[in-house]
Every structure is written in C-alpha cells, then in structure tokens.
Design a protein around this ligand. Structure first.
Ligand code: NDP
Ligand code: 2IT
Length: 449
C-alpha cells in the first residue's frame, strides 16, 4: 500500500526508522498513527513547534534486564526481560506484560506505543507502557512458571509503583502469573501495594469483570459499529482467532448477544464447528487444563480440526482477530471480503497489516482498530486501580455496566472525531487523532519534559 504523508511527517518517520533499526513492528505502529496526523498539524501548528510527535515516538524510559531461573532439572536458564515506559502525560505507565518467545524490544515498543493512544481513548488517567520476556511458558511446570515470575519481578520491582508504572497481563500472562508477580513484589518491597498490578485475583484485590473485560469490550465496540449502520449482532456468523483470554470472552459475549461463533484457533491449528463453538469445553481445555485446541475435536465428532489451517479462509459475516500481531495479511483481508465479511473487530493488538487495513477500508467494512476496540481490558484495569485506591469492591453488574458505558463512549468519540476530520466511519483516523490530541494537550501543559 502506498502511504501518503506530508514531507514533515515523512521526515519524522524516517528518523524513527533510522534511530530504531530492526524494529519492524514498532515502525509499523508509528507509521499507522503518523498517517492519520496530517490534518492535525495543519489545524494545530503549535504541536509541530513543540515537536510533540517526535517526543511521543521516543519512549520516556526503557529497561532491559537479565532474568535467570532454574528449571525443574536444576539447569540454569536465562531469559531477557523488558519494560518500556512510553508516555506518562495522562497517568502512570500502564500496560500488560507478554511472555512469548517472539518478544523483543521492537515488539514491546510497538505495544507500548499503541498503548499510549488506547489508554488515552479510555478517558481514564493512565499513561502508556508495556513489558515482557522472550520466556516461553509452553510446556513449563507450575513451579517453573513461579520461579520465572519471581526472578522477572526481582529485576523489575524497583521500577514499578502504583503511581509510577502498573503492569497487567497480556499473551502468556494471566491470573496465575499476576499472582506470582504480586507475591514477589510484596516480599521485595515490604508493601501490600494493591495498585501496583492489575488483573489480580478477585479474592485479593482484583476487580470483577477484569478477566472478561477485553473480550466483552471488543464485542460492545462491534455492537456500536453495527448500530451506527442500523445492523445488529443477532444471528451473525463469526470467526474468533486464538483461544486465549481475549478470544474466550469475545465468544462468551457474542453468544450472549445472539451471534454464532463457528471457529477459533491456537498457534497449531483451527477448530471449525458449524453448530457453534462449545465455550465451556474451550474454557476447560484452555483455562483449566492448559491443553491444545486440537483436543476439542475429541469431544465433538461434528467439529473439524485443521492442523496449520488459516481461520480467515472460512466464510463469515464478522471476524474477530484475537491472537497476535499481523495475523491478517492482505490476502486474508481479500478472502474475508470476498466471502461476505462485513465487519472486523480487533481483540488482538495490531492484528491486521497496513495492506489488510487498506483493503478493509476500501471495501467499506465496519473496521474497529485495536486501540479503540480492545480498550475495555485496560479500562477495567483502571477501574481496578480505582477500587484499590478507595478500598472498595464493586459488583459484577455495576462494573460491567461501567465497561459498557466506556466502550460506547470510546466508539462515539472516535466516530465523532472521524466525522469532524472529514472521514466519517473511518475509525482508524478517528482513534489516532482523538488519542493523539488528548496526549498532546497534556504534554503541552506540562512543558518541555
Ligand atoms: P493468551 O495468552 O491468553 O492467548 C493468546 C492466544 O493467541 C492463544 O490462543 C495463542 O495460541 C494465540 N497466539 C499467541 N501468539 C501467537 C502467534 N504468534 N501465532 C499464532 N497464535 C498465537 O493472550 P490474550 O488473549 O491475553 O492476548 C491475545 C491478544 O489480545 C494479544 O494481541 C494481546 O496483546 C491482546 N490484548 C490482550 C489484552 C488482555 O487484557 N489480555 C488486552 C488487550 C489486547 P498458543 O496457545 O498456541 O500460543
Ligand atoms: O494490550 C492491553 O491493553 C493489555 N494487555 C491490557 C493492559 C492492562 O494494563 O490492563
């Protein structure tokens, strides 16, 4: 796809590329945002003078640290830990921790950069950050996971704090890992500082609905996009990639709202079940027994497992990528469009390549980009911080209602911004501009720091 940008933005992008060599995903995330900002610089020339964009593209701080640990055989293992504090104009750094062998500084920076704008869109007081490790949790025992988390936190704890930097989960980091990380933080700091991590267990300071929030929020966002087109989720045939935290709760909310999910996946293959995915089985396999999605077919003779399959080949009306970055390439986008897909809601972060996004927009799909569509997770994390600060504990219904309101607000503000800048229905431009303006105005107010 040809990306048209002003000479000024081209120059900023060129600088980002040359200062951050080999960080392809970070370049991609920056380019996508810069591509939307031309009209903003024309309307607000002061942001050029203050070099706000150049400052936003430079993380405020970045840590890379050694994470040594011992496996069950007593062998020494060494991984690399990362934490990037990208922007604190709106609040303490906030964003997840990812454990996956593909994690590198470039991956963490792309995620941290996206998080700045996503967090701004939630309307909560949270800055943007991200962390992780190239540790591979697959096949590790519970004890190995615990030792790894303890060593990871030993390297990271001194940089965290409820007013400084507040991690949560992401790929490979769920409730179990947050528990081990919290335990070690408490031990190292001699503080029961609930607000330092979110995604905690509901019995010890966690918020109700945080587990469900990213998936539920993505579906609420989709419902709003469809509503704007006088359509509903009722009876829609859906695909949801992945079968982790975000995928599971997208499926749950879709089923509650009358849509039909016919396929999900993991990194090994795809399950197709035309009668509708059996969610309690997926939950058991993935949340409890930590098994592969292939095993689903053993329990349902009508379900088909396609090893190494591509979920986007299956005809559907709505697609929810909820696994990982760049999982929808241009060809996949074209296939979805050809097969009658009318809407895409991104549960994963940056799951569609720029060429794929271009195809969706050209074809006029309702396309909800990740920084708008999946913000319900981090918004509920901010509600967890709110409950921790006031030592309060909200009911499921109350918290979910607030999540729903936040997703409606994100949808409406993004949609209004798109309209204001002359591209109605373009949620990419709306999200980038709306998020950018909130951060830029705060940075302007804080002076040159
Ligand atoms: P989980 O670890 O719970 O699940 C991840 C799922 O995606 C698994 O099914 C996994 O399969 C699959 N997957 C991961 N990496 C790859 C890969 N490289 N190729 C193919 N499949 C892959 O993570 P989450 O559900 O939390 O995260 C999913 C996405 O949602 C990520 O992009 C994350 O950044 C994003 N997100 C998460 C939020 C949260 O609150 N958790 C909030 C907002 C966004 P396998 O088990 O085989 O690896
Ligand atoms: O990508 C994300 O928004 C997350 N992984 C959740 C971050 C958070 O702090 O809840």
């Amino acid at each position: 796809m040809e990306i048209m940008m002003s000479a000024q933005l081209e120059e900023i992008y060129r600088q980002v590329q040359s200062k951050n060599p080999g960080e392809g995903e970070f370049h991609q995330a920056v380019q996508e945002v810069l591509h939307s900002l031309g009209p903003v610089l024309t309307r607000y020339p002061e942001f050029s003078e203050l070099r706000i964009i150049e400052r936003i593209c430079e993380p405020e701080r970045q840590f890379i640290f050694r994470v040594p640990w011992q496996d069950d055989q007593g062998r020494v293992q060494i991984n690399r830990g990362f934490r990037v504090g990208f922007n604190s104009a709106l609040g303490p750094y906030k964003g997840g921790i990812r454990f996956h062998p593909s994690v590198s500084l470039g991956i963490i920076k792309f995620l941290g950069f996206e998080q700045i704008f996503k967090n701004a869109l939630t309307g909560m007081s949270i800055g943007g950050g991200k962390g992780g490790s190239d540790f591979d949790p697959k096949g590790k025992s519970n004890h190995e996971i615990m030792r790894f988390c303890q060593s990871f936190m030993t390297g990271l704890a001194r940089h965290l704090g409820e007013h400084t930097d507040v991690p949560a989960g992401d790929i490979g980091v769920g409730g179990r890992e947050i528990g081990y990380l919290f335990g070690q933080y408490k031990r190292l700091t001699n503080r029961y500082e609930l607000g330092v991590l979110t995604g905690k267990g509901v019995g010890w300071g966690g918020s109700r609905v945080r587990t469900e929030a990213t998936g539920y929020g993505t579906v609420y966002f989709m419902r709003e996009m469809l509503k704007a087109r006088r359509d509903t989720l009722e009876g829609k045939i859906c695909l949801v990639s992945g079968s982790g935290n975000v995928a599971i709760y997208i499926i749950e909310k879709l089923q509650q709202l009358g849509a039909k999910v016919i396929a999900c996946s993991d990194s090994n293959g795809v399950i197709v079940h035309e009668q509708g995915i059996d969610l309690s089985l997926v939950k058991r396999l993935k949340e409890v027994e930590r098994r592969r999605i292939a095993d689903y077919a053993h329990y349902h003779p009508n379900a088909r497992y396609v090893a190494g399959g591509n979920i986007w080949e299956i005809p559907c009306q709505i697609a929810f990528p909820a696994a990982t970055q760049n999982e929808i390439q241009e060809n996949d986008a074209l296939m979805l469009i050809r097969n009658g897909c009318v809407a895409v809601g991104e549960g994963a972060n940056m799951p569609t390549t720029p060429e794929g996004v271009h195809q969706f927009l050209q074809a006029g799909l309702a396309y909800g980009p990740s920084k708008a569509a999946n913000g319900g997770g981090v918004a509920t994390s901010a509600m967890e911080m709110q409950q921790n600060a006031s030592r309060d504990f909200w009911s499921f219904e109350f918290t979910e209602k607030k999540l729903e309101e936040i997703m409606i607000r994100i949808h409406d503000s993004v949609s209004e911004t798109a309209e204001e800048f002359g591209v109605p229905g373009n949620y990419v431009v709306g999200a980038n501009i709306h998020g950018f303006l909130k951060v830029a105005r705060a940075m302007e107010a804080h002076g040159l720091i």
